[in-house]
Each structure stands twice: as structure tokens, then as C-alpha cells.
Design a protein around this ligand. Sequence first.
Ligand SMILES: Cc1cc2nc3c(=O)[nH]c(=O)nc-3n(C[C@H](O)[C@H](O)[C@H](O)COP(=O)(O)OP(=O)(O)OC[C@H]3O[C@@H](n4cnc5c(N)ncnc54)[C@H](O)[C@@H]3O)c2cc1C
Length: 373
Amino acid sequence: MNAHTPQQKVVVVGAGIVGLATAFRIAGQGHKVVCIDDGKPGVSSDAALGYIAPPSITSVPPDVVLFGAQSYQRFLQFLGDLETVTGVRPYVAANGYIHVATTDPQVEEIDTICQSWDTAGLNYTRMSGDAARVREPMLSSHVQAAVILRDAMNVNPQELRELLRAALEGLGAEVRTGETVQSLDVIGGTCTGVLVESGRIDADWVVVSAGSWSNAVLGGLRITNLIPTKGQVVVLRSKGGLVLQYPVSTSDELDIMPRPGGQLLIGTSNEDAGFDTTTTAHILSGILNRALAVVPGIGEYEFVRTYSGLRPCTANRRPVIGPHPACPNVIVATGHCQNGVLMAPLTADSVVDLVHGRSDGAAPIAMMHPALP
Ligand SMILES: Cc1cc2nc3c(=O)[nH]c(=O)nc-3n(C[C@H](O)[C@H](O)[C@H](O)COP(=O)(O)OP(=O)(O)OC[C@H]3O[C@@H](n4cnc5c(N)ncnc54)[C@H](O)[C@@H]3O)c2cc1C
């Protein structure tokens, strides 16, 4: 809060990583925050593997690479501020990740990936398959080439959500779980609050960060191109022996994330299946087969469980962060697709700027328009 911005009543709809991070930053400015969440099945933040690495140009447009890189730069500060409020140091591993290539086209694609990392000013090391196996002895002999993005971290998104909830309570914000926001109360282009089952909550600002369900909350203000994109994950556990040192990725949608304690999360798919969250043998067997081809030793790991999550994606792979043109005190913060954990800190700061009427600093990259293609 500052002299020009008196305390505002802000309702944040959705307590995924984006809503919680945003509520945390707004509450940290002294505003009165209520964050509401109904715990839908398929919450993306509970499915996320936890890569904190700027995306490459092979998956998103160049401005989104830069947005990701800027959010990456803020991530450690964000975790530090979380620790200051909660007294708990969030888990973070900062040893980078290995992107591996097992086919000739994938080897060529490494050039493109490195170019976009150059543009974003990131540090990486290219290496042969043999050099990669020295770094990560679990990699298979099929790996022809690799690149380690040294500027990459990983976190535990589920733990971060818990810490953010605790931090919000520490800052005096209200976190309401198990409650659905049924609609926004909009009169003449201004939103005066939200409607929940138990009544109405007044607001000067409403932030809609309800992930894939944001259009249902927006109602008549819905944005046109939000597509829930299912990602399935298999969880294994090491029974001793070799443990993966680095997270490993390939360009055919394979991500293998080691967690402390020997767990390994292996994903993932990109399915346009509406709000369906079932996990399927066909997809999971494909994920496991691709993982075994890259890291054969995990064939001995114990099976733990499978799960899925719904990424909030836009057709143009750009997040939607900005005031609604038809109702400017409704701020939409969604559409982060496969990078929402990474992009949560910069998204949150961008929303604070909007509440404070600032256009400098972390300007939103995609001011929303209802007719966005
Ligand atoms: C398998 C998988 C792996 C991923 N890995 C990574 C990764 O490594 N790194 C990365 O950066 N990103 C990753 N992502 C993407 C990331 O998970 C998402 O971009 C991010 O979690 C989106 O967060 P969100 O808060 O916008 O949405 P969500 O996490 O989906 O949260 C939305 C919340 O809104 C609530 N809600 C919805 N409607 C209402 C309502 N009417 N009233 C109240 N509450 C409501 C829901 O219950 C939910 O809790 C991954 C995603 C998947 C599926």
C-alpha cells in the first residue's frame, strides 16, 4: 500500500499457484485479501512437476520466453519472501536440468532451443551423449546429445501451495477453501463483489485466477480461448541403487523429475479432453516407454500412483494477464498453460502494479481482450 493507493478490498478467485502467489503479493502490500477456492479435481498446481526454467521458443512465442525468463529472475526472491513470512525454507534444487536428444531431428532441435536461451540470456552447456552420461550415469546409450540448462531450478509446487496458504494467514488474509465463487456481481461495467453459496463478498478488485475454470467464473465476461489441457503423470519410487541426479526432458513431451526421498514424477501428455481427469493406460504406457528408453534403470523402480492435472492453456500459448476491457476492476490472471509455477511471481507482481495503477515495472505481456483469438 502507498500514499496514493488506500487499502483495497481484493477478492482472489482460485487458490492454485497463480491465485495464491497473487494474493500473497497483494496482501504483502497491506490490502485486505480474501482468496476463495473450491478444490476442483484436476487442479493444475497439484499436478505440476516443478520445473522453474524459462520455456524455449519451440514451445511458446518469443515474448513468452522473455516473460518466463523475467519471472525466473524473481523466483528466488519470491521464495525468500515466503520464507520470511512463514519461517520455513521452501524446497528448491538449483542444479539445472538436462534436455536430451535421442534422434537426429531432436539433435538439430537443440540448436533452436539454445538460440532462444541465448536470447533470454540463460546459461547452458551443450555436450555429447557420452559427456551427458558422465554427468548423469542413468542416461541410456540412445542419448546422442544433450544440453544442461544450468539456469534452471525445481521446486515442489504442492509444498509451495501449502506455504503460500500459511503465508497468507500470517499476513492477515482470509483463505476460504471448499467454497465456490458462483458469479461476479457486475453493475454497469464495475464489479462490486462476488457471489458465493453463503452470500456475497464485497470487493474493490476481483482477480480471476481460477485456472481452466476461469471462464465459468467470468460468466458474461468470458474469454474465448481458454482450453483445459490434460497432463498425465506416473509416480515411481527408487528401491535403492542409482538415483537420478538431474531432472531430464526431451522434446517429445517427456519430463522426468526426481524428488528428495527417491520419488520420480514422469510426465506428461497434452490432451484436449475437456474437464476429464481420468488417467489412461494408452497414454501412461507411452510415457513409461519413452522414459525407459532414456533412463532404462527406472524399470526397477516401484510403481506408486498415477494422476493428472488440467493446464489452463490459450490457443496462442500466451498467458492472459490484465484488466477486463468491459470491466476494468476485474483482473484476469490465467492461461499460463505449462509454465504457471514459473510465471507465478511475475504474474503476481503485474497484478499488484495494476491494483496500484502503475504501468511501469512488471507490465503484463498480454492485456486481455474478450475476443482474443
Ligand atoms: C502434469 C503437469 C505438469 C506441469 N509441470 C509444470 C512445471 O514443471 N513448471 C511449471 O511452471 N508449470 C507446470 N505445469 C503448469 C502449471 O501447473 C499451471 O500452469 C499452473 O499450476 C496454473 O495455476 P493456476 O493457479 O492458474 O490454476 P490451477 O492450479 O488449476 O488452480 C485453479 C484453482 O481455482 C479453483 N477454482 C476454479 N473455479 C473456482 C470457483 N468457481 N470458485 C472457487 N475456486 C475455483 C480450483 O479449485 C483451483 O484450485 C504443469 C501442469 C501439469 C498438468
